[in-house]
Design a protein around this ligand. Structure first.
Ligand code: CA
Length: 369
């Protein structure tokens, strides 16, 4: 006999909360809890059509929002062959030409150097450490602070895990081997390579093999076994180095702020949750593909030479990294805020990684001795 009044009270409470949200967050859309409005958002991805893993992630997102909203929210994905501007995704979403983008934050350093910090930083956090920083350690708020200046929102868009250090024609024995080396390597790592005498460039994913084949570049890094082997780089550059530069690469979903604000609150929440699930699933998929392809690589491509950079080279990279971080922090208060936040979170999270995952693996390694 008490149920009915409680139900009514709950309904009123929900209605009040929802209408209050409408007023604060999205005055223009005038949505209601029972909105039947249908919305199609357009998304430009940096990748070519049906690109494995990254392209699966945008398709997965589109399917999820469609199903979760019972067809009220759809996402139309345009690949690079359609929009012709793989490294122009930020500009297109900012201009409202597209509602959304799927790309990598560190591609936009020419537009805003503070975008560099939200993909993966050399010698910094691994994937679980960085995910914890994004969602619990203030990273997401800092990312919105950077992208808010451009009328955009940015969300984690799927992680590749630790990336391999790249494909080289010749073995790297000392720093002298970097002198004049033309290498495709984006992000903060590109800054480090430039400081060490190399000539870093960024090239759209669809042009990587041709650039290597035609000697436009001498070396490149892309992702890791999950994606590299099908690109054929090993045919030209058989030295495959372990990683230092991208210990936990997170792609990004970009959303035009106006498009976001105009969504009814329930569709906005569906989009937010679906982006998070799509990003998580990409990490799982990449881990799986990396494991499968690493095993296949050893069997099918025995000529690939897996190497680690000599300690002196890694030491010099790390020194250049520290010097550049100090320079970037001194040049811009927001850069300093992000760099300090990442350094503090790395210290905390790494202490835990060391005594959990690392101690576990080390204890097993000792058993094998
Ligand atoms: Ca990469």
């Amino acid at each position: 006999m008490f149920r009915k009044p409680i139900q009514i009270a709950l309904c009123l409470l929900v209605a009040c909360v929802l209408s209050a949200c409408d007023e604060v967050e999205s005055p223009s859309a005038q949505p209601t809890a029972t909105s039947t409005e249908r919305v199609t958002l357009t998304l430009a991805e940096t990748w070519g059509p049906n690109y494995p893993i990254f392209g699966d992630t945008t398709k997965h997102l589109a399917k999820m929002v469609d199903q979760m909203s019972n067809g009220r929210l759809k996402i139309r994905v345009d690949s690079a062959n359609k929009h012709k501007s793989p490294l122009g995704v930020l500009d297109m979403v900012k201009a409202g030409q597209y509602d959304m983008g799927h790309s990598g934050s560190y591609y936009w350093k020419g537009k805003d150097p503070n975008t560099l910090y939200f993909t993966s930083m050399p010698f910094s956090m691994t994937t679980p450490e960085q995910l914890a920083w994004f969602y619990e350690g203030g990273g997401l708020e800092l990312m919105q602070k950077v992208y808010g200046r451009h009328g955009l929102l940015s969300f984690p868009g799927g992680n590749t895990g630790n990336q391999m250090g790249g494909w080289f024609r010749k073995e790297i024995n000392s720093l002298a081997d970097f002198e004049g080396l033309k290498m495709r390597i984006p992000g903060f790592a590109g800054e480090i390579m430039a400081k060490l005498g190399a000539k870093p460039v960024n090239i759209a994913p669809g042009e990587l093999f041709t650039a290597l084949e035609r000697n436009t570049i001498d070396a490149l890094e892309w992702v890791g076994p999950s994606l590299d082997l099908r690109m054929g780089f090993h045919k030209i550059a058989p030295y495959y180095y372990t990683g230092w530069h991208e210990p936990g690469t997170e792609l990004q979903f970009l959303v035009n702020r106006k498009s976001w604000d105009e969504l009814p609150p329930d569709l906005r929440e569906i989009l937010r949750v679906a982006m998070r699930v799509a990003a998580y699933d990409m990490y799982v998929q990449t881990y799986h593909e990396s494991a499968l392809n690493w095993e296949a690589m050893k069997r099918e491509y025995p000529d690939i030479q897996v190497k680690t950079f000599p300690p002196k080279v890694i030491q010099a990279m790390r020194k250049a990294n520290d010097e550049l971080l100090a320079e970037f922090a001194a040049a811009d208060p927001l850069a300093k805020e992000i760099i300090d936040s990442q350094a503090a979170y790395l210290e905390k999270s790494r202490a835990w990684t060391a005594i959990s995952d690392q101690a576990y693996l080390n204890s097993l390694e000792r058993l094998a001795d």
